[in-house]
Design a binder for this molecule. Sequence first.
Ligand SMILES: [Zn+2]
Length: 240
Amino acid sequence: MRIEATGSIQVFDETIEYEVRRSDDATQPRIDVDIHGVVVVLPTGSDVDPHGLVEENSRWLLKKWRVFQGHRNRAPSRSFEEGEVFPYRGEDLQLAIDDVEQSHVEPGAFVLASNAVDGTSVRSELEALYRREARSLFQSRIDYFAAEMAVEPGKLELRNQRTRWASCSPQKTLSFNWRLVMAPDDVIDYVVVHELAHLREKNHTRNFWSIVGNHVPDYESHVDWLTENSSRLIFTEDDL
Ligand SMILES: [Zn+2]
């Protein structure tokens, strides 16, 4: 989608900025609101006036925009110093740097090896540790649910997409955002089952959700958790 224009609208005491984009895939004009901002998406060739559309929906827009502003404001700011707290599998772990052989996770703490930190930085050593732990946890949950669901996934890739937690390619490669390892285990399991269910059903049809529900009966609460808490699963401001 290409950016065509930008604009802003005053709703009560708030100024809300928006972008206008054209999409070949869109069938109807729509307004997307998320943590990154507001985008008016118009089908290619549509003559709908984007500012008019925003004005017509201004109250709805303000409500959604405030929710996401709240998420943004709750996003943690990091200094990557000892004693700082980082989320891991739904818990807050304290960051420690110690004269140990290898960086590792132990109950209540991320322990980084001081010689590794000296060679790089706290930030990159912590990210490397997160990624190692994420890979091994995701792989073991994929193996577990793949057997239960009788599907055969391809390889696991770790990524850091700003707005996606996971995806499944036509070649059956499963891509997971490593920051998902910050979420509680049952939320991680839901995302794993969601991607594995795509090996049976490509689209989010009723059948798709019934496959998911067979393996994670309370999946709706995990979908909500991710919507409400995505700003807590950030590593640095770049992830916002
Ligand atoms: Zn999906």
